[in-house]
Design a protein around this ligand. Structure first.
Ligand code: NAP
Length: 314
């Protein structure tokens, strides 16, 4: 029997692509020289796209696939997918939630501690031989410190559970107060930031969360405050953040995500109170493998006409 056909929009991890090739006839879109020819010959047969949530697929490509029914995304954030378009055509979208919570939360906590204890600067201090001349300045602790989580969803709750062990005084902001959660709820992110020393951002990127961390939030967090962004670059007003850090209106930042990745504002490079990571929240071998398995499961369920494992519907 012919294998079902899948268009792979962007290269993903090798093990995942190997499994995909075993099970499906795969069109690796990014490698195809004559894309027009492919669309004319096979476009009408392609019912599924596999892609990264960070990459989605161009609307112009989807428009050329008249029988497209599924966009199976590798990753939990699907902000690169034109959801209003997929909805208008009843194209189902899946993502890979939950399997990455633990590692993304671990990175958030790693960034928080790296920032509060100046770990990157400590490393440089030792390597430079500065320890021979004196000791590192004292740093900040996190026990008892008011810590706000902007986006208390699957990953946000994992972060919160872990931070309870560290003794942080937690609170959260989201669109809705959650009845089963005991942490104090703030309907407004500015009010939350004003009360917090640490602000961890882990909400989805959307038109509603675009620059939700704006100058007002940054000023409310203030010179003693630390911003940890592990969500998406677009949720923070990046120029306002750089200016606030430069002018000392914001104390520190620890960032895994940026507005125009992989470009990072160069002004941040020289700031000792900034910790940078190259969007590696889920970049752990076992976790990436588990994410690939979720994508493969969704494809398998789709091609056997069964309900999808992890449909995205927000
Ligand atoms: P989730 O379970 O859907 O949780 C999202 C949370 O954000 C919910 O608590 C939701 O609460 C809140 N939220 C949604 N819209 C909001 C708005 N307009 N204003 C304020 N809060 C809002 O998602 P998740 O699995 O935790 O993932 C969250 C995001 O993390 C992903 O979308 C992705 O962008 C990012 N992420 C980053 C990495 C990385 O490598 N750095 C890895 C994985 C995920 P309400 O519904 O009450 O508003």
């Amino acid at each position: 029997m012919d294998k079902p056909e899948v268009l792979l929009a962007v290269p993903l991890m090798k093990d995942f692509m190997d499994s995909l090739h075993e099970k499906y006839r795969v069109y690796s879109w990014y490698e195809i020289e004559d894309q027009e020819k492919l669309l004319q010959e096979a476009g009408h047969r392609i019912r599924a796209i596999a892609t990264g949530g960070h990459a989605g697929a161009e609307r112009s490509l989807m428009e050329r696939l008249p029988n497209l029914e599924l966009m199976a995304c590798f990753g939990v954030g699907v902000d690169a997918v034109d959801i209003s378009y997929t909805r208008s055509r009843n194209i189902q979208v899946t993502n890979t939630p939950d399997v990455l919570n633990d590692d993304v939360a671990n990175l958030a906590i790693g960034l928080l501690l790296a920032s509060s204890r100046a770990l990157v600067e400590s490393d440089k201090f030792v390597r430079r031989g500065d320890w021979l001349k004196g000791t590192m300045p004292l740093q900040k602790g996190i026990r008892g410190k008011k810590t706000g989580i902007l986006g208390l969803g699957r990953i946000g709750k994992d972060i919160a559970g872990k931070l309870e062990v560290f003794g942080c005084d937690l609170c959260y902001h989201g669109r809705n107060e959650q009845p089963d959660v005991d942490y104090p709820y703030y309907p407004n992110p500015v009010d939350m930031a004003r009360d917090c020393e640490y602000l961890i951002v882990i909400c989805p990127a959307s038109k509603d969360t675009y620059r939700i961390v704006d100058e007002k939030v940054l000023d409310a967090l203030g010179p003693q405050g630390t911003l940890i962004n592990i969500a998406r670059g677009s949720v923070v007003d990046e120029p306002a953040m750089v200016a606030a850090l430069k002018e000392g209106r914001l104390g520190a930042a620890a960032l895994d995500v940026f507005a125009d990745e992989p470009n990072v504002p160069e002004e941040l490079f020289a700031m000792p109170n900034v910790v940078l990571a190259p969007h590696v929240g889920s970049a752990v071998t076992d976790t990436r493998k588990a994410m690939g398995e979720v994508v493969l499961k969704n494809l398998e369920l789709f091609f056997s006409g069964q309900p999808l494992a992890t449909p995205f519907n927000d």
